[in-house]
Ligand binder design. Structure first.
Ligand SMILES: Cc1ncc(COP(=O)(O)O)c(C=O)c1O
Length: 463
């Protein structure tokens, strides 16, 4: 197989994009309070802010949407999705939700209490915030190798089993309403988790009677990594691997905006009937009737088709190959990145690149701002803006171990020359990295501040 397999599709419809002149990009950033989330998409040339809901749908998905049944209750489209869900995930019950965080909200509303602790390898920011919003404590127990950006372990998303065992002993299983694992580990570099690790995690949770829920956003990419990296799985299909993964859990939630190749949608799945009844009640309150859950019938059709396409191995080989291609070229341009490259994104180690900017001045923000100003490329800070917080006991700031900028690759969207352009912009930034300054926050909300915070460059302040 070629190192970077070509797209197993050809382009039938195009969407124009435009590179604004540099003075307009600077203007857009000032107006946005230097928060890249606040820059209008029309002013972005290559948008690598997220791989979530930003991909291209296939002709089969668009065709399926035309068959969407928009009945309020019991729509045909729901049963199409149900069939696919049973085939791939095998849980007894599921409800659609409008996206992943809606599923997180529902499970948190029902299961998290103020003294609850929820372990995971690493919680994504919305999961983290949903647990905190119910007064619970999300706890990250990923293995320590995950924090060594240059370590090239195959499964850097693995849970540290020793830490999990002692955590359960310390807080007591009765304070853990459910345990989780995120595949792949988005907050930790998009690194996969091995099946061996998922099996062991499941065994520990089960031993302590703790329900095990998987955050399944990128389960297909994770399954492909298992197939290509974990001994014993080369001859299994990605679908067989996925079945094995989910057979080890009591439930899962998923943002379908990733590996189901759609622009909106999610679900919460489980085996426990009583939980399902409570989920339905909560769903009706917040999302909609259980056979549509905040989505249109056509969305359900697109998800049903996309879930199958997302497991296609020719697609996954191209997808993982494209990420690896960008990683190799970025490294050639002299940028430190998290190794090995994950499935959906490249994570640049902005802390290592910009050692003159301390964590409290947000090196990731400095790099993300420069990427946009230099080349109209939008990436996302995954560092202190997203994760630094005050320790409730000591009042001191707790900073994350890594200051990253994530370049997430939308699915089936950009070509190799788009990737080459991104590398050229990065090379330009590398040549003047000492001139990049830190930032200070001028406004921040209580939770999930990275979405709406405003900043100013520190150098622009009068001395
Ligand atoms: C691992 C993980 N979990 C949960 C979510 C939340 O999903 P959504 O954006 O659909 O609410 C995301 C989104 O990026 C994610 O990457």
């Amino acid at each position: 197989m070629p190192k970077h397999p070509a797209e197993p599709f050809r382009i039938k419809m195009v969407e124009p994009i435009q590179l604004q002149p540099k003075d307009k990009r600077v203007e857009a950033m000032i107006k946005a309070g230097f928060n890249i989330f606040a820059v209008p998409a029309k002013d972005v040339f290559i948008d690598l802010l997220t791989d979530s809901g930003t991909g291209s749908m296939s002709q089969s998905q668009w065709a399926a949407m035309m068959e969407g049944d928009e009945s309020y209750a019991g729509a045909r489209s729901f049963y199409h999705l149900k069939e696919t869900m049973e085939d791939i995930f095998g849980f007894k019950f599921f409800v659609p939700t409008h996206q992943g965080r809606a599923a997180e909200n529902i499970i948190s509303a029902l299961m998290v209490k103020p003294d609850s602790c929820i372990p995971s390898n690493m919680h994504f920011d919305t999961t983290y915030a949903n647990i905190r919003a119910r007064g619970g404590s999300p706890v990250n127990l990923v293995n320590d190798r995950a924090f060594i950006p240059t370590a090239t372990d195959d499964f850097k998303g693995n849970m540290d089993l020793g830490k999990l065992e002692s955590f359960i002993q310390d807080v007591g299983a009765d304070h853990i309403p459910f345990g989780s694992i995120t595949i792949t580990n988005n907050a930790g570099g998009g690194q996969p988790v091995s099946l061996e690790n998922i099996k062991a995690v499941s065994k520990i949770y089960r031993k302590h009677g703790i329900p095990f829920f998987i955050d399944a956003c990128r389960y297909a990419e994770n399954s492909y990594f298992i197939k290509t990296r974990e001994p014993g799985y080369a001859d299994k299909s990605t679908k067989e691997i996925a079945r094995e993964i989910f057979s080890l859990a009591d439930g899962a939630w998923m943002s379908s905006k990733k590996d189901a190749l759609v622009n909106i949608g999610g679900f919460l799945a489980m085996n426990d009937e009583e939980l399902y009844q409570n989920v339905c009640n909560e769903l009706i309150l917040r999302e909609g009737f259980p056979t549509y859950g905040g989505l249109a019938g056509r969305d359900l059709e697109a998800i049903a088709t996309g879930l199958r396409e997302g497991l296609d191995e020719a697609y996954l080989a191209y997808r993982i190959g494209q990420t690896a291609y960008l990683a190799e070229r970025i490294q050639d341009a002299g940028f430190p990145i998290i190794l090995p490259p994950g499935g959906h994104a490249i994570y640049i180690d902005a802390g290592a690149l910009l050692p003159h900017i301390p964590q409290h001045e947000f090196p990731g923000q400095a790099l993300a701002a420069a990427l946009y100003i230099e080349g109209g490329v939008r990436g996302c800070e995954i560092g202190s803006i997203m994760f630094a917080h005050e320790d409730p006991e000591t009042g001191e700031m707790v900073y994350p171990k890594l200051e990253l900028v994530r370049l997430a690759i939308p699915r089936r969207m950009y070509t190799q020359s788009h990737m080459d352009y991104v590398v050229e912009v990065l090379a330009e930034i590398a040549s003047k990295k000492e001139t990049l300054s830190g930032y200070r926050i001028t406004y921040e909300p209580r939770l999930l501040r990275h979405f709406t915070a405003r900043f100013e460059p520190i150098q622009l302040q009068p001395a």
